[in-house]
Every structure is written in structure tokens, then in C-alpha cells.
Design a protein around this ligand. Sequence first.
Ligand code: NAD
Ligand code: ZN
Length: 400
Amino acid sequence: MSGTAGQVIRCKAAVAWEAGKPLVIEEVEVAPPQKNEVRLKILFTSLCHTDVYFWEAKGQTPLFPRIFGHEAGGHFCALTLASFFPPFCAADVRIVESVGEGVTDLQPGDHVLPVFTGECKECPHCHSEESNMCDLLRINTDRGVMINDGQSRFSIKGKPIYHFVGTSTFSEYTVTHVGCVAKINPAAPLDKVCVLSCGISTGFGATVNVAKPKKGQTVAIFGLGAVGLAAAEGARVSGASRIIGVDLNPSRFNEAKKFGVTEFVNPKDYDKPVQQVIAEMTNGGVDRSVECTGSVQAMISAFECVHDGWGVAVLVGVPNKDDAFKTHPMNLLNERTLKGTFFGNYKPRSDLPSVVEKYMNKEMELEKFITHAVPFSEINKAFDLMLSGESIRCIIRMDG
Ligand code: NAD
Ligand code: ZN
């Protein structure tokens, strides 16, 4: 048990006070974890476009002040109530019993990756082999509080600060639901594997678990950020014969070659829809496509560029609040399949540890995704680097 267990911790956090305004490093109070919760010390975090997007308040519900961040690596500083209430206290025995079961596999000091979508291990989704959309803990970008009591664990001088997707890793300490943390190999370097908390697992899984290209097939990837490049990596390891990268930013093309992308299409270079360009390049369409942009136009193109009869398109990007996906129903009747995924269909607690092992066994490279690193005090630089399209992933070192 750590010396801070059960106490409020005062630490630094990067607070977003307003949409689109630079984050401010503040001293925050982080309340102790409650039932089925854990408090984590974050060592490394990185910036994903989903953070930027909700910070810009293009997402569903703008909630401010808020602590963003969801790609991170850390370890436990304190466990649940189970670890710091003496079991002889009658009132707390009840709490220990209701908590203990869910946290028996975790110890202070364990290395973990927090994940924006959880796995309660009890609901029909968690029991299904096909779904990772846990009833209790699936991604909810509108919720800024903990499920247990509807309150935030973060405050500044008593004023609550909202959580983000249950992780809020832009803080030296954070509280998450126990179902949103994956215990990983303690030998895995957290400054590398933290990117598996979201973007890289999402893109890789979208291809290998959802699009499932067969050896020799043609795959189009829309958006060559970290998520799209990981999707390309998934296509490469699946043995795709051609990987067509689509992006509006031509500076991404050079980088993408390292991820097995064989051809590039910039929709801006053509005066016809990009789906038509791709259909002409591939004798009627690609076998699989994976959309990783968040642009609804790209989503429609990604669907319409797959071959009729067997093509499968997978949507990964997070759309704008008022977007609507519009296509002619004939495109579906002609035996194209449209799918979507969160977190590449991985179940965070059950599957993520084995994705970390893929990195440890050198079956998956993470270094090539990590283009920049900044100390926590310069977290706003990470935002600038992503907005300018310069970075793929920028690691934020919490000790700096
Ligand atoms: P990123 O900004 O690094 O990359 C996005 C890329 O898409 C950029 O290179 C951009 O130039 C390109 N792009 C934008 N509009 C385009 C268009 N119309 N056509 C072609 N290319 C276009 O972002 P990222 O971190 O790689 O994330 C990609 C998307 O995936 C975001 O929408 C993010 O919110 C989403 N995401 C979803 C999940 C999930 O579980 N479903 C998880 C993580 C991220
Ligand atoms: Zn569940």
C-alpha cells in the first residue's frame, strides 16, 4: 500500500478551461479512488486527435473545465478502497467485499495502460466474443464524472474539473474505473507502449480484427495519421498486395512508405471523387478500406471505393456532431459491407496485454509512430505539432 492511499493528492494537471484555448498547468486535488476505481500515477501520455477534437469542442457535448488525455502509461499509486480500509471495520467490510472481487488481479506498482473504453467482464457485450462495446464502460465522451457517484475526482479549490473518456491522463495522477485499465508486462517501456492505449491499437485492430484483408488483397487507408498508419501496418502484416494511402496532406506520403503504403492518392489532385479515382486504379474497387480521418466525406468515399460483391469498409474516425452519412442504398445492395469500430475491436483488459507482447516480441514496431517528445510543461506544443500535421505521435513526459 502506498503512503498516499486514502488521501487527496495535490499534483500538476493540464486543465482546458475553454474550448480551443491553450491548456494551463494547474495544481489540482485528486480525490482517492472509490468503489471499483483505481488511482494511477501517469508517467507518459501522448496526444491523439480525439483529444484535440473535443478540446476544439467539435464533439458531442463541450464540457469545460476538463482534463483531457487518454493515451498513457502509468502505474498504481493506490488501489481501491479495498486496500486502505481495515477489514475489521463493519461498514467497510461491505465496501471491501463489493470491490475486492473486481480488483483482485491488481496491486500497487502494477504497470497499466488506461483505455478510453472499458471492459466490465460481466455484461452481454463482455461475454460476447464479437463485441468490445461494454454496456457499463463503453466510450462516453459526454460524461465528465465517475460512474460510481456521478462526481469528479478532480478539483481546484473545491471547484470540480471534468474527466474525459474516463481516463484524463494529462494529470500526474488520475482516477479511473478498474474496468478501464489493462495490466501489462512490467518490462514493457511505458514511453513506447503508451501509444497502444488508443491510436495504434485502434488502427491496427481495425484492419486485422474488423476489415480482415486476405493475403494478396488490395486495401485503401483514408487518413495517414497514427491511426491510419497503424491500419496500414495491419494491412502489411496481413499480406496485402497493394496498400493505397489517401490523405489531403502530401507530407504524410513519405512517412507512410515506412508503414508499407505502396501508392498515394491526394483527393485535391483530382477533379472527380476520390472513390472513382480508386475504382479506376483497382479495376472496380479495393477489397478493403479503413477510414481514419473523422471527415464524413472521407467516410462516404471509403465506403464507395470498395469493390461490389465482397468489399468491406471500416469507419474509425470520430465524426462531427451534426454529420450524416449519405450514400445510395444500391451501394449496399450491391454487396458492399460497411462496418465501424472503437478501439479496433480489442477488449481492453483481455486483449491489450497481448498487443503489448507483440511489441515485446518485435512483431510490431512502435518507434516509427513516435516522431516527437515534449516535457509536460510544454504540452501545448504537442497540440501545435498535431494541428500542423507535423507529428504522428508526440509523447508527453510527465516528469518534465
Ligand atoms: P491525425 O490528425 O493524426 O490524422 C488524420 C489524417 O487524416 C491527417 O493526416 C489528415 O490530413 C487526414 N485527412 C483529414 N481529412 C481528410 C480527408 N477528407 N481525406 C483524406 N485525408 C484526410 O489523427 P489520428 O490521431 O490518426 O486519428 C484519426 C481519426 O481516428 C480521428 O478522427 C480520431 O478521432 C479517430 N480515432 C478513433 C478511434 C476509435 O476507436 N474509433 C480511436 C482513436 C482515434
Ligand atoms: Zn461489459
